[in-house]
Design a protein around this ligand. Sequence first.
Ligand SMILES: Cc1ncc(COP(=O)(O)O)c(C=O)c1O
Length: 411
Amino acid sequence: METKAVNYRAAFEAAVETVREEGRYRIFRDIRRKAGAFPRATWFKDDKSEQNITVWCSNDYLGMGQNPCVVEAVKSAVDAAGTGSGGTRNISGTTRYHVQLEAELADLHDKDAALVLTSGYVANEATLGVMSKILPGLVILSDEMNHASMISGIQRARCEKVIFKHNDLADLEAKLKKIPADQPKLIAFESVYSMDADIAPIEQICDLADKYGALTYIDEVHAVGMYGPHGGGVAEERGLMDRIDIIQGTLAKAYGMVGGYIAADSVIIDAVRSTASGFIFTTSIPPSTAAGALRSVKVLKQTPEKREQHQERANELKSRLRAGGYNFIDGDTHIVPLMVGDPVKCQAISDTLINDYGIYAQAINYPTVPRGTERLRFTPSPFHDDIMMDELMSALETVWAEYGLKREKVA
Ligand SMILES: Cc1ncc(COP(=O)(O)O)c(C=O)c1O
């Protein structure tokens, strides 16, 4: 028994050692967000001391996690309904809040129906995972940069899978052409790719889907709440929601809560909710979470100015980095990846920024991004003011020089 335990331990130690050597050991910062002060927060260090920090890597993109209306909705739902939901959706775990939230999400995307799952990850995994059961002989065409949750869902589906080059319409068409016309097909892709900050050619993908008779599945996790007149995502912004068969989103990023969903034709939702094990066999999100998300979706539907402020702040950061000659991905989205290109350096820079300057920017290393493209990923919100931008730029100036990182030109 002892030998066995020793052997197990050695394997776990080896696994940790490998990720350490590769610079992808996961570091967790213990932070406490201060009520109403986002993105200012407190970091509790390993030595038990505390430090004031500014969070530059939160996916609570619009600060809705501290929005007074959302906080109030959560509090009153806890008072009214208690904490947990007490069951799976079909065994006492469906409340008024869940039903209203699904109606609100269906309306947001102009679809018949929506289905809330426990996270965006689960929404992708459960939905894609069951598609081949519903559509025998299905081929799923998947963008090579799709999120891990989509990949996992497609693997679960155990159907034929075809990977097409990232955002490459010619490659997608070449691959569609090879599939027999009578075989069911589904094209799975994202709108905003969160690591490279680029956007899919949604309209052209829909054109190809029409031409070859494929269903379309879009992950709008990094776009819902932030793009489109009502926050319906990039598909709403471009007037394309009716051309997407299944729109997937999260309640955990711009909406500041947790949970995921799909919105689609009611027959699709009906089929998924009766067959997807990731929906059926798990406790539903707490009523208070559904209530908070419901309020958040409603608020963001009615406040396009938050989206404008958000874009303005992202543009401000990009223009400062541009002026400073930094090597960053200057894309069309709110995400600002600042390239480092070395995993160990990337982690060390992230550590220096938080320790010496109170700037929290997570290092993004392999396998989240390809080796050699390690980066810091900045996500400005409407609450990152000019003072915070000044603090960041001045810290980057020193740290980039300290680590010998190149800049095109020094402003
Ligand atoms: C593209 C994409 N899809 C899905 C998810 C999972 O969403 P959630 O965090 O709600 O589980 C993420 C998470 O970061 C993501 O980036």
